[in-house]
Design a protein around this ligand. Structure first.
Ligand code: ADP
Ligand code: MG
Ligand code: ZN
Length: 600
């Protein structure tokens, strides 16, 4: 349910409640205190009773108490035949009334609210059923249309630090500007483009910029708008969105948070979600149903491409995938430049220093940072935002709850830099290792940084020495941390498990251990089938052999570690130089790495 639907539901409930209170109020105004007949007689004799209405079996009226009039009610006793005389004697105004009127009132007062609620409920559900035309347009897409005066005024100038992404999107802009030209040459344009990357990296912004650059109408919808309580609503909204798109072609349809509709079918608790499945199926049908010659291009954005249904990513659907990365130090500086365009900056503000201090920040964080700094300066009545405001704002944004997991402190950055430099240096100094292509401190997936090694050629067999080299490179990160900081961190866990796996395979599968000899002690995965094989596998070697295997694995790793430690200690200058440059630039390419290693 969307927010405004919830709001309308709440207001309905409020209306019911108010009506209920109103009726209760009326009833309370006439509420009568029920008293004993004997009390009534006492009040009468004390001269407190003011007026009385006699009905066939009740008496109601008013009596005075502490100069307040109180409504009372009691039951008539037929034996008391002198009542009328007494009333006359004490000078009480009295009359008799018929019972029928009051019966009607009491039914209305007691059941009125309930009847009203049913009436309104009936009307409301009627409205839902007739659908479409009334205020609640359930089956219509909620997509917002940006066109004409209202068109997207975001352009590529507003998006910084992702030039590769912009380049890829340029083709789509060219197509939208002049679809005919492309068709004439027989070029094939992707139907759907999927932008993915961590939250806040500017995916939504990029989609708007594409529309702004191309100057075409832009429909923007969010995946969550298609997921409704009522079955069938989502599917009809998808249909509606595409219908609209065709009407306005050439145009751009944008579905933000695609994972909300596009989640893998059957994933999640409780198996299939009927409504979402229907919506997703409709989306697939629509994607298949139109072709780009109509001039409609679909852009989807998500930060969870892993949960998307594979069917969505097949050719002919969202077939172009563009990663929107976390910005590097240069990108962050450019983004800061974009966001400080309209902010008055003091002379001491150096955006590249701010960029240096904000590893792990994405575009949204940086926009937030600039805003916080401006607010802080305003609070202090400054004329311009200066560096101290930015420093304070960095701390504030870093401490924010949502950012904690992503943002990296300066100390962590230093540790990661040495870790990656360690990997790279070992790889460089060990003959026969795959060349190092890149060191990066930009988080990618669960890894906080990475060292990219690419093999010089395709290999189908690997020698023992090469495997030992691989283990050494994996241990390089952790060893560098230990040498420099005299401590080790949890960051190397993945390296260690990979190293252990290689060593285990060397001993148990490849027969590369002298003590064990050329035996394969572990069956290959695909041969393990059902319990029978597990049983036979159990018996393949003795306890003593198991112990030997463990010792051999340990000795392989320890030998490698010793070698790595020697290597890094001898070349500690190179390590420091490399790490320093990594901290400064965050991304180092092969050429620079070579240079640093040569000159230090
Ligand atoms: P996403 O959709 O990837 O979660 P958004 O596009 O909603 O991120 O970004 C949120 C805000 O962060 C944008 O409105 C913009 O102000 C800022 N922002 C994000 N990335 C960039 C960028 N690359 N350049 C400039 N501003 C950015
Ligand atoms: Mg977004
Ligand atoms: Zn590592």
């Amino acid at each position: 349910m969307k927010k405004n639907e919830i709001r309308s539901l709440i207001s309905w409930v409020l209306i019911f409640f108010l009506i209920f209170l109103f009726f209760r109020g009326i009833r309370d105004m006439q509420a009568e205190k029920e008293i004993l007949y004997s009390d009534f007689k006492t009040l009468l004799r004390e001269g407190k009773v003011v007026e009385v209405k006699l009905k066939s079996d009740t008496i109601s009226g008013k009596y005075k108490e502490n100069s307040k009039l109180i409504n009372f009610k009691t039951y008539r006793i037929p034996e008391d035949s002198k009542l009328v005389d007494e009333l006359e004697y004490y000078n009480v105004k009295f009359t008799a009334t018929a019972d029928r009127g009051s019966w009607f009132w009491s039914v209305l007062l007691n059941f009125g609210p309930v009847i009203l609620i049913f009436l309104l409920w009936y009307l409301w559900t009627k409205q839902l059923q007739s659908g479409g035309k009334q205020a609640m347009m359930f089956g219509k897409s909620r997509a917002r249309l940006y066109t004409g005066k209202n068109k997207s005024d975001v352009t590529f100038k507003d998006v910084a630090g992702c030039d590769e992404v912009k380049e890829e999107l340029q083709e789509i802009i060219d197509f939208l500007k002049d679809p005919k030209k492309f068709q004439r040459l027989g070029g094939k344009i992707p139907k759907g483009v999927l932008l993915y990357g961590p939250p806040g990296t500017g995916k939504t912004l990029l989609a708007k910029a594409v529309a702004g650059e191309a100057g075409v109408p832009f429909f923007s919808a969010s995946g969550s708008e298609f997921v409704e309580m009522f079955v069938g609503v989502g599917a009809s909204r998808v249909r509606d969105l595409f219908e609209q798109g065709r009407k306005y072609a050439p145009c751009l349809l944008f579905i933000d948070e695609l994972d909300a509709v596009g989640r893998h079918r059957f994933a999640g608790i409780g198996g299939g979600h009927d409504e979402r499945e229907q919506t997703l199926n409709q989306l697939l049908v629509e994607l298949d149903g139109f072709d780009t010659t109509e001039g409609v291009i679909l852009i989807g954005a998500t930060n969870r491409p892993d949960v998307l249904d594979p069917a969505l990513l097949r050719p002919g659907r969202f077939d172009r995938h563009i990663v929107v990365p976390v910005p590097d130090i240069k990108g962050r500086e450019e983004i800061l430049r974009v966001h400080t365009r309209k902010v008055k900056l003091a002379d001491d503000v150096n955006l590249s220093i701010i960029a240096q201090r904000t590893p792990g920040f994405v575009g949204a964080d940086l926009a937030n940072l600039v805003n916080e700094a401006a607010l802080l300066a305003a609070r202090k009545n400054k004329d311009a935002v200066d560096m101290s405001d930015f420093d304070e704002a960095i701390e504030k944004v870093m401490a924010g709850p949502a950012r904690k997991s992503r943002v990296i402190s300066e100390r962590e950055k230093k540790i990661i830099a040495y870790h990656e430099a360690g990997h790279a240096l070992v790889a460089k100094l060990t003959p026969g290792c795959d060349p190092v292509h890149k060191i990066s401190l930009i988080p990618r997936g669960p890894a906080l940084g990475y060292t990219l090694q690419l093999p010089a050629e395709d290999k189908y067999i690997i020698s023992k020495q090469e495997l030992l080299n691989k283990i050494s490179v994996l241990l390089g990160g952790r060893t560098a941390e230990r040498i420099v900081f005299n401590d080790i961190t949890t960051g190397a866990q993945n390296d260690l498990s990979k190293a252990t796996e290689i060593a285990t395979k060397m001993v148990t599968e490849y027969g590369m251990s002298e003590k064990i000899g050329p035996l394969t002690l572990r069956k290959r995965e695909e041969e393990i089938f059902l319990g029978r094989d597990y049983l036979t596998r159990e018996k393949m070697y003795s306890e003593a052999t198991a112990k030997l295997i463990d010792e051999e694995i340990k000795s392989i790793i320890e030998n490698c570690e010793k070698r790595v430690e020697g290597l890094l200690s001898e070349n500690i200058n190179k390590l420091h130089a490399l790490a320093k440059r990594v901290i400064e630039k965050e991304v180092l390419e092969a050429q620079e790495i070579d240079e640093i290693i040569k000159t230090n």
